[in-house]
Design a protein around this ligand. Structure first.
Ligand SMILES: [Fe+2]
Ligand SMILES: [Fe+2]
Length: 150
């Protein structure tokens, strides 16, 4: 308990700003939405008989959960609330094509969101790196899906 930072301390220490806290909360919300979407897509893909796509969606869901944990850790360490927005429901899709297109849209959204997050946290070191690193992973996710859809 003793050496835990308050949110004010974290802001004062130059670790976060109120704006960056907002971007981290948005990022966390997006990651959970993506994990939910990909988990449901894995179920639908399995039902469609596409076991390879189901496995891919399942792996994707795990990746996004790891991202969620990293954003959550950053918020918790800054003693910031984890967010109070309603959870997002991203579309699942009923065909292989719809699944791929919806997933690609989610990755594109993540890339844009974390680019903004990185811009807002410029000069903060750790938060900026987090947005840049996860943004780069989302760009790879997007490229993979884009290849499949070409
Ligand atoms: Fe992610
Ligand atoms: Fe992703």
């Amino acid at each position: 308990m003793g050496n835990r930072l308050t949110r004010e301390d974290a802001v004062e220490a130059g670790r976060v700003t109120p704006a960056v806290i907002g971007w981290l909360q948005r990022a966390l919300r997006h990651e959970f939405a993506a994990a939910r979407q990909f988990t449901l897509q894995a179920v639908v893909a399995g039902r469609l008989g596409d076991a390879a796509l189901a496995a891919e969606c399942e792996r994707g869901a795990q990746d996004e959960l790891l991202h969620a944990r990293r954003f959550a850790l950053e918020l918790v360490e800054a003693s910031a609330p984890l967010g109070d927005g309603a959870p997002l429901n991203l579309p699942v899709g009923a065909t292989v094509m719809e699944i791929l297109e919806n997933a690609r849209a989610t990755e594109a959204q993540a890339v844009r969101l974390y680019r903004e997050g990185a811009r807002a946290s410029r000069g903060l070191g750790r938060a900026q790196r987090l947005f840049e690193q996860i943004g780069a992973e989302e760009a790879l996710h997007w490229e993979e899906l884009n290849r499949r859809l070409r």
